[in-house]
Design a protein around this ligand. Structure first.
Ligand code: 5GP
Ligand code: MN
Ligand code: MN
Length: 457
């Protein structure tokens, strides 16, 4: 198949050129092993990624796997003058992302009793699972939620006080136009989010207590997004894109808007509002996790960084100009002296990049290097799935998996019952994936984090 068209370059990536792709540069940031293991079905999705109007670059990150229309682990740059903004390349969980915090507590202090106590204290404060609702706020009136998703973390801190220092974050607020209204109702039902602020969600969303190899201290990592609110917004705009272009037919995942569409600005506003919801969600969960951590370990957590991996953002690129950068399961990676970091804490060293692995593998905190321009200033957002949920349930033994985790000293939830479709065998090796990024000169490894106690949504 398609892999014989992948040509290795001296820049640490493969280029892919075929008739289907035409002139759009496609860069695959994969090691030979990861390319060899890549699904055949990815090719169609990579081609899809090149077909949005005004596409200037498609970069594939090493955690790549099959997604909605385009791969998860995919970066698409479109021209900001005439190009599209696309929905599949942002995804349903608008603003989904990571936050990571550090402590000065020696990792040895996380005894089995304290791991259990930590998980229990977190679970008292944060509700888990797809149906989880807000412990702190209950159901919010529409107007209060609208105010928050417009004002972002900035407004949240004004209103409810700053229990934590949030200066180390990708952003405090994504601007939303006054003229845009939340499309309540409709097929997507974003109103599902009214009682979900500060809830983790299901699947692979997680809260994890970790040991940092470099510092020997405890870290905590959180993965969550915009819950039913972002999902509802995304669904509504997928539907509008389908109405606008019936020719897309069943391929609703390939929906997009060009600047002449009445929904173009509206969709960008929805991404901003969904992104703000996700940022506030991570902030609230962090406050609750920090409280649990203090109770068990008697010390504070300090934010390392907070960043999204499902967004479309306006950026400038030295090769491709003014672009919309869609990151679908990809993390922004701005190196030192990048103009967008001017005046921030990260101007001189680049911002941290948070890359989870699995709950029985390393997670990484990286620092972008100047070479990150090659991938549209982006790296992977995880290890990426290698086994479907269905296959995991069929081929893995629950008993054996539980035993592996017990043996490794990793407590999962309260009872050590590992969600099998989320176990480490379902994900690629974090080291393999990070090697591809390091070898391409996109980033360097700053911290390696090993899981001690894991809470899954
Ligand atoms: P996604 O955002 O695409 O849903 O997933 C992001 C990444 O999170 C996955 O590719 C996987 O590498 C990572 N991940 C999933 N579950 C866990 C977990 O329980 N712990 C850690 N550390 N990483 C996880
Ligand atoms: Mn998510
Ligand atoms: Mn995610």
């Amino acid at each position: 198949g398609w892999k014989r068209h992948a040509v290795a370059t001296s820049e640490g990536y493969y280029t892919l050129q075929t008739e289907d792709i035409g002139d759009v540069p496609v860069r695959l940031f994969l090691t030979p092993e990861l390319l060899g293991a890549a699904e055949d079905t990815l090719y169609r999705q990579i081609v899809n990624a090149t077909r949005f109007p005004g596409t200037r670059l498609v970069a594939i990150t090493p955690d790549v796997h099959y997604g909605y229309g385009v791969p998860v682990g995919c970066v698409i740059l479109t021209d900001r003058g005439e190009g599209a903004v696309a929905m599949g390349p942002v995804g349903f969980d608008i603003g989904c992302g990571m936050m990571s915090a550090r402590s000065a507590v020696a990792a040895e202090l996380a005894t089995p009793d304290r791991k259990l106590a930590f998980n229990r204290e977190v679970m008292k404060r944060v509700s888990m699972g797809a149906g989880g609702t807000s412990v702190r706020f209950g159901k919010m009136p529409e107007k209060d939620l609208v105010e928050l998703v417009r004002g972002g973390a900035e407004l949240y801190v004004d209103k409810f006080g700053a229990a934590i220092d949030r200066s180390r974050a990708e952003r405090q607020r994504i601007p939303v136009d006054d003229a845009w209204d939340v499309p309540w109702g409709g097929k997507g039902k974003p109103e599902r989010g009214l009682d979900q602020l500060g809830s983790l969600g299901g699947g692979n969303h997680f809260i994890e207590l970790q040991r940092c190899d470099e510092t020997g201290t405890l870290f905590v990592q959180v993965h969550t997004g915009s819950r039913g609110f972002g999902h509802g917004l995304a669904t509504n705009y997928f539907e509008l894109a389908r109405e606008e272009r019936p020719d897309l037919g069943a391929d609703i995942d390939l929906g997009y808007f060009t600047p002449d569409s009445e929904h173009y600005r509206a969709y960008l506003n929805a991404v901003a509002a969904g992104g703000n919801f996700a940022i506030i969600n991570r902030l609230i969960i962090f406050e609750q996790v920090a409280e649990a951590f203090r109770k068990v370990f008697r010390e504070d957590l300090e934010l390392v960084y907070e960043i999204s991996h499902n967004l479309v953002q306006a950026e400038q690129h030295p090769e491709f100009g003014d672009v919309w950068v869609h990151r679908k399961g990809a993390t922004r990676a701005l190196p030192a002296q990048h103009p967008a970091l001017k005046g921030t804490l990260f101007e001189n060293e680049g911002h941290p990049v948070l890359v989870p692995g699995s709950n029985r593998d390393y997670s990484y905190i990286l620092r972008p290097l100047p070479g990150a321009h090659k991938s549209g200033y982006s790296v992977n957002h995880g290890s990426g799935r290698r086994m479907s949920r269905g296959e995991a349930v069929r081929v893995l033994s629950q008993e054996k998996v539980n035993e592996q985790y017990r043996h490794a000293g990793i407590l999962v939830n309260l009872d050590g019952e590992v969600p099998i479709d989320e176990s480490s065998a379902c994900y690629k090796s974090a080291e393999d994936v990070v090697t591809a990024v390091v070898d391409a000169g996109l980033a360097r490894v700053e911290y390696r984090l090993w899981p001690l106690a894991s809470l899954k949504g």
